[in-house]
Design a protein around this ligand. Structure first.
Ligand SMILES: C[S@@+](CC[C@H](N)C(=O)[O-])C[C@H]1O[C@@H](n2cnc3c(N)ncnc32)[C@H](O)[C@@H]1O
Length: 253
């Protein structure tokens, strides 16, 4: 059965910034990985496509100089970004991957950080990304791929989580294929290690906010059962370190 679309105007906007906050060290690690795939000159113009509450957007401006355009379809996610993630070189715009409100050949790079799987028409999005990229520009896609995911720390408590996520995310070949169809070839598949919490107790507290769209495809009963399992696990060893996740970064150009 196809999964319903997740509308970030409904629930996620109210919890995302707290539930998915990235430690400074993780943010710096991502910026370093992006920089490794982009030209050394500054400034670079970037589009953060599906910028959400601006979790990464100001750091992109700090790292690359900007301007950085945060393009985001959810009005409520954009409102949080404007209030909590403002930066002089960042502008948040209404738009989506298949309708980017920027001129052609205007960006050195387009970042899609955990947004590709939400895009209903990926072929149209790839063509639109091709349009806004300058010649030689790069696309950075941070996404799990359904044929490569093995499940992280929290998924063990929710037996259906991995199965749901395999439906949510494209395979690597599917993702690469939509970009190849518009002439954007795969240049690299980078694997980035990241830790989002300093302890299992902190990871559990963030997870409780349900700022992960996987929960929107579960029943209340299975969510509560999962949290009960998680609480018992954490109570036994609150200082346990959650596993370091291995995250894929697909680079195209
Ligand atoms: C998991 S959040 C990631 C937000 C941000 N990139 C981050 O990492 O914090 C996914 C975002 O993609 C947005 N989104 C949904 N459909 C989209 C589309 N068609 N084009 C671009 N972004 C979309 C959602 O509204 C949401 O803000």
């Amino acid at each position: 059965m196809a999964l319903k679309r997740v509308d970030y105007d409904e629930n996620q906007h109210a919890v995302y910034a707290r539930g998915r906050r990235m430690p400074a060290e993780a943010l710096a690690r991502w910026m370093g990985r992006f920089a490794a795939h982009l030209p050394a000159r500054r400034p670079l113009t970037l589009i953060d496509l599906g910028s959400g509450v601006g979790r990464l957007t100001p750091a992109l401006a700090e790292t690359f100089g900007g301007p950085v355009w945060g393009v985001e379809p959810s009005a409520k996610m954009r409102a949080v970004a404007r209030a909590e993630a403002a930066h002089p070189a960042v502008t948040y715009l209404a738009g989506e991957a298949a309708a980017i409100p920027l001129p052609g050949a205007s960006a050195d790079a387009v970042l899609m950080f955990l947004s590709l799987h939400h895009v209903p028409d990926r072929a149209a999005a790839a063509a639109e990304i091709r349009r806004v990229l300058k010649p030689g520009g790069r696309v950075l896609v941070r996404s799990p791929f359904s044929d490569r995911m093995t499940g992280g720390w929290w998924q063990r408590f929710f037996p259906r989580a991995l199965e749901i996520e395999r439906q949510m995310f494209p395979t690597l070949a599917e993702a690469a294929g939509v970009f190849a169809a518009v002439g954007l070839e795969t240049l690299a598949l980078d694997v980035v290690n990241e830790t989002y919490a300093a302890s299992a107790a902190e990871a559990a507290a963030k997870l409780r906010l349900r700022a992960i769209s996987t929960f929107e495809h579960m029943t209340e009963a299975e969510i509560e059962e999962g949290f009960a399992r998680m609480d018992a696990h954490v109570a036994a060893d609150p200082g346990e370190l959650p596993d370091t996740g291995e995250s894929d970064l697909l680079v195209l150009g």
